[in-house]
Design a protein around this ligand. Sequence first.
Ligand SMILES: NC(=O)c1ccc[n+]([C@@H]2O[C@H](COP(=O)([O-])OP(=O)(O)OC[C@H]3O[C@@H](n4cnc5c(N)ncnc54)[C@H](OP(=O)(O)O)[C@@H]3O)[C@@H](O)[C@H]2O)c1
Length: 262
Amino acid sequence: MATSSPNTARPRLTVLTGASSGLGAALAPLLARDGDTVVITARRLENLEALAARIRESGGKAVPIALDVGDHAAVVSTFQRVEAEFGPVDTLICNAGIGDPTPATRFLAADIERIFRTNVLGVANCIEAVLPGMISRKAGHLVGVSSLAGYRGLPGSGGYAASKAAVTNLLESLRVELQNHRVAVTTITPGFIRTPMTARNRFPMPFLMDVDEAAALMHEGIRARATQVAFPWQLASIVKSARFLPNLIYDRALRARRAEKG
Ligand SMILES: NC(=O)c1ccc[n+]([C@@H]2O[C@H](COP(=O)([O-])OP(=O)(O)OC[C@H]3O[C@@H](n4cnc5c(N)ncnc54)[C@H](OP(=O)(O)O)[C@@H]3O)[C@@H](O)[C@H]2O)c1
């Protein structure tokens, strides 16, 4: 009797966090169009249900699930349920994030904790839920949405910048280690993208990119299993070069930007 492993017979299973708006909501239909079963998660279930309905109308498969990525127990039980119903997760895309300002004049450790709980522990919680299975199957793909903001300190947004530096370093460490286990790791570092997160910014956002264009670049990089996807290229080049600027010059440039913000 012929048998087929569920791995080869079933569509690829992708879990995407932060799918209720912005980049996640724009990326999910592209993944579904490839034939993936896409589990779309975030806290606002009504947004996820509307997105899932749109994806289904165009012939794709999306499963909306409410999930707070900062809640370790909820993440563990949700991934167990998902894997019991649909099989092993092939691709995990950790996209959920918050970007509240943390100015020095109103500095509260609680604000830093809240940002880290979503942006850093949220990523760690989801990775913990899928990684043992990926390692034992010698297959899988971890994707994390970090930011160009993680390259150097950012006045007014220290909590966010620090959280994204942590995500970038965590993913890079895992990437190297997991090469022996055939688990791929992709780090996505967007610049300014037009989403609800940036809609409230009152300062100039150089090379601001449309969300669909950004999602298309993320999709392309994920499919290519690129190690890093950075965009827009102009800001990515500036930010990467700025790592090598002496503090004196970096501080002066950033103070001027701060003054522009008011
Ligand atoms: N927009 C940019 O310029 C930019 C630049 C660089 C990096 N990024 C990163 O890109 C990612 C997506 O951001 P975006 O711009 O698309 O912003 P967004 O529209 O505000 O989307 C953020 C998403 O994260 C979800 N989320 C927030 N806290 C969560 C939690 N505790 N548990 C589960 N989901 C949570 C939100 O859903 P719920 O509120 O429904 O939970 C929402 O779906 C973030 O990681 C962000 O840091 C954005």
